[in-house]
Write a protein that binds this ligand. Structure first.
Ligand SMILES: [Zn+2]
Length: 192
């Protein structure tokens, strides 16, 4: 059974774990510990390749498959692609905000009429600057806790575009607008 199946090389394991931040790659899970799983089953591919490996917690691993309440392979591939986008584009605090917000959206069945606010320490602006630059996060005026005239916290809110972005991430849809354009082009090429 396991005979003849070489173990995943340490360096490759490390790359896959780092890609997922040593947490489950499923956006609304993010538990640890995790193990490295093959997206297309080992029995089928018979090799360990970075593109086909993903970090999953035991619970999500059990849900890997194609039935109801399962996580299918197409979704796993998209989760992995999205991780690469998030990792290269956003910082640690930004990724945590995205995760936190995805969880809150899922819990609350959130609607645009009840915005969720995030209070961040003064000086965090630099750490969330790419989300702000991309139009996904916006600082909202807030008359909060101050020492004298100096506010201690700043308040942020995801924009409509930001909410859409986080929902796409949670739902295993492409989060890079370039991705979809590229997919569209490829589809068009195939058809012609
Ligand atoms: Zn998980």
């Amino acid at each position: 059974m396991a005979e003849g199946r070489p173990s995943i090389p340490a360096e490759l394991r490390r790359r896959v774990l780092v890609e997922a931040g040593h947490r489950c790659a499923i956006p609304t899970c993010r538990q640890h510990p995790v193990d490295i799983e093959h997206i297309d089953d080992w029995a089928q591919v018979k090799k360990h390749e970075f593109e086909n490996l993903i970090a999953l917690c035991p619970t999500c691993h059990r849900r890997k498959g194609n039935g109801a309440n399962q996580i299918d392979r197409k979704s796993l591939r998209q989760y992995k692609a999205n991780l690469a986008v998030l990792n290269s584009r956003y910082g640690d605090i930004e990724r945590r905000l995205i995760e936190l917000y995805a969880g809150l959206l899922q819990q609350q069945n959130h609607t645009a009429s009840e915005p969720l606010y995030f209070r961040l320490g003064v000086g965090t602006a630099l750490q969330v600057m790419y989300l702000v630059q991309d139009g996904y996060l916006v600082r909202v005026p807030w008359d909060g806790v101050k020492i004298g005239d100096v506010p201690l916290l700043e308040m942020y809110q995801f924009t409509e575009a930001g909410t859409e972005f986080v929902k796409r991430w949670a739902a295993a849809q492409p989060i890079d607008p370039g991705d979809e354009a590229a997919e569209g082009t490829m589809a068009a090429d195939t058809n012609s």
